[in-house]
Design a protein around this ligand. Structure first.
Ligand SMILES: Cc1cc2nc3c(=O)[nH]c(=O)nc-3n(C[C@H](O)[C@H](O)[C@H](O)COP(=O)(O)OP(=O)(O)OC[C@H]3O[C@@H](n4cnc5c(N)ncnc54)[C@H](O)[C@@H]3O)c2cc1C
Length: 357
């Protein structure tokens, strides 16, 4: 049907009229209606979404870019489904409110049942392998629990095919998401080991089962908690500083390590001045402050490059670089050779650049 109509109707014209009948009808855009919202923890809200047929699903541990219109401007951020794929295709996103955050405040405080959000295809590599074997360790901090909760639920649904340890840091008990469900799973499933760690609360240890207080991630502490660390495969998720610590401590010791950060690493101010950036596809040349992530520096000049997660995971912003030196903010490495896929959200300019934008 859509192939027959395509020459006759522009997709955005179709979307305009179709949305008058049903707000999730669209020619090709994945849209989803909010059908439920519930408080998950003090600052976290779960939104259950019913996507239209253009959403192609997700694997546990993946993420989705969500776009909402806030004060007339389209804002995109990434969120990680916390459930497992379902026959009715519903997805649950748990969003932690960030002070002053545009999207998280919108989703936690203003988004209501019936509202429509735009989704991207799912992305991310932190998924279960085809064959379940080995011993797994999941390290989550703050909202980093979301993709790891999906992985845990998937393993629970498969009757815990391997040993699985989840260590989850939150500031206080009121900030913990899914705590009752996780404790119940740990109580009934001998292959699932749970450690909830509260970093800013000193309530009695007996108050909350499986809970420790104040323990930060150190080599000694982790080796005590996870006796088979050297034989474990590790996924870590949370703010950049946590992921960095996890990489340093577990990365060299564990059998395999993969991490996805929800924030950018702190940008060091060792690159100063401005650089000339030629945008060859649009024929513009700009003076940009060196040292800033290219995506935000371009946005500050009114350029709107395609982007998604802003953390170097989804690759939506990847564009060609014909010339110049850039630095990857995640690894600190500098690259001078041309590339077809420069991720401008996590790259900064170290010299004049020519980009395919
Ligand atoms: C792959 C991926 C998956 C994600 N999944 C989830 C998820 O399931 N649930 C969830 O709640 N969030 C998730 N995030 C984070 C989310 O995308 C947003 O970054 C977050 O909601 C803040 O957006 P904002 O528009 O409210 O804040 P912004 O307006 O973008 O930023 C406001 C301020 O908050 C800081 N900030 C931004 N994000 C965070 C953060 N996560 N922690 C602490 N400070 C921050 C910024 O540096 C800035 O100073 C994910 C991020 C990525 C990259």
């Amino acid at each position: 049907m859509s192939r027959l109509l395509k020459p006759l109707i522009a997709p955005d014209v179709f979307d305009f009229w179709a949305s008058r009948f049903n707000p999730t009808w669209s020619w090709e855009r994945p849209l989803a209606r909010v059908i439920e919202r519930r408080q998950e923890a003090r600052d976290s809200v779960t939104l259950v979404l019913q996507p239209n047929r253009h959403f192609t699903g997700f694997k546990p541990g993946q993420h989705i870019n969500v776009t909402a219109e806030i004060d007339g401007v389209r804002v995109t951020r990434s969120y990680s489904p916390t459930g497992i794929p379902r026959a009715d295709r519903r997805i649950a996103l748990t969003v932690k409110r960030i002070d002053g955050g545009r999207m998280s405040t919108q989703l936690c405080d203003h988004t209501q049942v019936g509202d429509v959000l735009e989704l991207s295809p799912a992305f991310g590599e932190m998924t279960w392998p085809q064959a379940a074997d080995g011993r797994w360790l999941l390290l989550a901090a703050g909202s980093g629990i979301t993709p790891l909760m999906s992985l845990t639920r998937a393993w629970a649904a498969a009757s815990m095919p391997t040993e699985l340890t989840l260590i989850y840091w939150a500031r206080t008990a009121a900030d913990l998401c899914f705590a009752d469900e996780l404790r119940a799973l740990a109580a009934r499933e001998p292959r699932f080991h749970l450690q909830l760690v509260l970093t800013r609360e000193t309530a009695s240890l007996d108050d909350v089962a499986c809970t420790e207080h104040g323990a930060h991630l150190t080599t000694e502490w982790l080796q005590q908690q996870v006796p088979g660390l050297e034989q474990s495969r590790v996924y870590a998720c949370g703010p950049a500083s946590f992921v960095d610590d996890a990489r340093q401590i577990a990365g060299s010791r564990a059998e395999q390590f993969h991490a996805e950060a929800f924030t950018l690493p702190a940008v060091t101010d060792d690159i100063h001045g401005t650089v000339r950036v030629e945008l060859r596809a649009t024929g513009r040349t700009l003076e940009l402050p060196a040292g800033q992530p290219l995506l935000s520096a371009l946005e500050a000049q009114g350029i709107r490059p395609a982007h998604g997660c802003r953390m170097g995971i989804c690759n939506t912003c990847a564009c060609g670089k014909f010339a110049g030196t850039t630095q990857d903010l995640n690894t600190g490495e500098r690259h001078s050779e041309p590339t077809a896929a420069l991720r401008i959200c996590i790259s900064r300019a170290c010299s004049d650049l020519t980009l395919d934008l």
